[in-house]
Design a protein around this ligand. Structure first.
Ligand code: ADP
Ligand code: MG
Length: 524
């Protein structure tokens, strides 16, 4: 009878276990970056091609490896981070179990160059070491992973499209970048640098990656602490893509904590909305159960209800008191107005404008949907959509266009090169994949959710002034106090602070007799 039982070779074992550690390009990028972080790197460069399926390269300036360690690192269960099983609980470094490099190198064409002073290069194909020799490199490590899953075609088939893989890699990189503000990172996708950050404070890092999150959370509980930022209610999203949670600096997915945050928002957001946040929870490792399995990202807490309540209260407390605008606002000296260029003086705004812009030290009173009410001597009513259009319009003309990288790139089908060129000219970072437009970064005042309507207007061939005005007019939006105030502030820096791009007044002053007239109207 033929032999039925075979002992699997180490390579096949590695390939099978690779299924757990190496799901897709994003999970490889995560493992490699975490290794670089463990190695004490101060700068990490990531590059991918073909969504990472063709190439992933991670380069660091960490401690590097000796010749012997470099060879060992590709063996399963080879790790410098775990001596015995008791260490598992209190392990503070990122990696564990020494499986990643063995697994990754078994399902790719793999190259490792590492130097701890003396440099080594190892070339490995499908888990077989082809070459190991001395070479030249500064201290640090570069790992290149090519032709991912070339020898496991079934797994290759299960991969998403290169652009979806690239989006997932980007998300992974951003998630790690947020937790390590002291480290410089770059991400290159298809030869184009899409993320480049220098060491910064954690708040700076967050705003660089996600834009401004308004509400600060700072809480010292008994035996744990929580810090971070939560977005204003108006920025709530339709999915969890704006939510980042870290436990002891490790990214963790926790619907439990997300729910606590949401409850902290109370009725400020709709039932199906997800508030963006970045929260760092510091807690003794034995109070939380996380990293028992590489793919198990969910956290369990020993004292669940204590943590739930604390987060809920911290978030809720961050909304009160409402931001105060007591301090006088200081603006750049106003630029001279040229009324000749604005032939739409619909009412006697011009004169009041001249008086008003001497010094904007007014009080912000309230926001009503898309209107802002201010007080100087009289009341000033600002049409926020018109202000939005003006600020957006002028931002397109600036040399330095401030754009914000999108967490999830937008994808729009049926676009051509010409559209992409026009958008690039506006500072909108986008590229064409066949006929699909992938948008990576947008001006802060152009909302991803409404980008399609902006694009439609643009493709109708309208002038930019009409596009921006119609776009803002069509926004179904209630501005938050913060947004309104921000717009009002940005408006002060505009060349024209009186009219929107198509000549509608942005604000009007309400005199006493205006109020009388309104009341009279109401009475009649
Ligand atoms: P683990 O990180 O769990 O130890 P890996 O397979 O990811 O397992 O890595 C194996 C070992 O290789 C690590 O323990 C570390 O000693 C070494 N190593 C991997 N990547 C790097 C790097 N970028 N710099 C220095 N050493 C590294
Ligand atoms: Mg590792």
């Amino acid at each position: 009878m033929a032999q039925k039982i075979f002992k699997l070779s180490q390579i096949v074992i590695n390939q099978i276990s690779a299924g757990e550690v190496v799901e897709n390009p994003a999970s490889i990028v995560k493992e490699l970056i975490e290794n670089s972080l463990d190695a004490g790197a101060t700068a990490i460069h990531v590059e991918i091609e073909g969504g990472g399926l063709e190439l992933i390269r991670v380069e660091d300036d960490g401690c590097g490896m000796s010749y012997e360690d470099a060879l060992l690192s590709l063996e399963r269960h080879a790790t410098s981070k775990l001596q015995n099983i008791d260490d598992l609980q209190s392990l503070t470094t990122m990696g564990f179990r020494g499986e990643a490099l063995a697994a990754i190198s078994s399902v790719s064409r793999f190259e490792l160059i590492s130097s701890d002073g003396n440099a080594t290069k190892i070339i490995c194909e499908g888990g077989r070491i082809e070459k190991a020799e001395p070479c030249a490199r500064n201290r640090g490590t570069t790992i290149e992973v090519r032709s991912l899953f070339f020898n496991t075609p079934a797994r290759r088939k299960f991969q998403k499209s290169p652009s979806a893989c690239a989006a997932a890699v980007r998300r992974t990189v951003e998630t790690l970048i947020l937790a390590h503000p002291d480290i410089a990172f770059t991400l290159k996708v298809h030869g184009k640098t899409t993320i480049k950050v220098q060491p910064a404070s954690w708040k700076e890092r967050i705003s660089e990656i996600l834009g401004r999150l308004e509400h600060e959370i700072e809480l010292q509980g008994s035996g744990f602490s929580i810090s971070g930022l939560v977005a204003a209610p108006s920025k709530a999203m339709i999915n969890r893509s704006g939510q980042y949670l870290y436990i002891n600096k490790r990214p963790i997915f926790s619907p439990f904590i997300a729910r606590a945050v949401k409850e902290g928002f109370g009725t400020r957001i709709a039932e199906h909305d997800f508030p963006p946040f970045v929260l760092f929870l510091e807690i003794p490792p034995d109070e939380v159960d996380v990293n028992v399995h590489p793919q198990k990202k969910e956290a369990r807490f020993r004292e669940e209800s204590k943590i739930y309540k604390a987060i809920l209260q911290a978030v809720s407390a961050s909304f009160v008191p409402v931001p105060s605008f007591q301090e006088p606002l200081s603006f750049n000296p106003p630029a001279p107005f040229s009324f000749t260029q604005t032939p739409f003086p619909s009412f006697s705004l011009a004169e009041t404008a001249l008086e008003l812009d001497i010094e904007f030290a007014e009080q912000v009173l309230t926001v009503f949907a898309s209107y802002l009410l201010l007080r100087k001597e009289n009341l000033i009513l600002v049409d926020l959509k018109a202000a939005h259009a003006r600020v957006l319009f002028e931002s397109f003309q600036e040399e330095q266009k401030g754009v914000q990288t999108l967490i999830w790139p937008l994808e729009i089908d049926g676009c051509d090169e010409e559209t992409a060129d026009v958008l690039n000219g506006f500072g909108i970072e986008c590229r064409l994949l066949g006929k699909r437009l992938v948008v990576d970064a947008l001006p802060a005042l152009l909302e991803p959710a409404h980008f399609q309507s902006f694009l439609t207007l643009l493709r109708e061939g309208k002038k930019l002034s009409h596009v921006t005005s119609n776009y803002c007019r069509s926004l179904k939006k209630n501005y938050s106090m913060d947004e309104a105030f921000q717009l009002w502030r940005l408006l002060q820096k505009c060349q024209d602070r009186i009219y929107d791009p198509i000549g509608n007044a942005i604000w009007t002053e309400l005199q006493e007799n205006d109020l009388e007239r309104i009341i009279k109207h109401a009475k009649n």
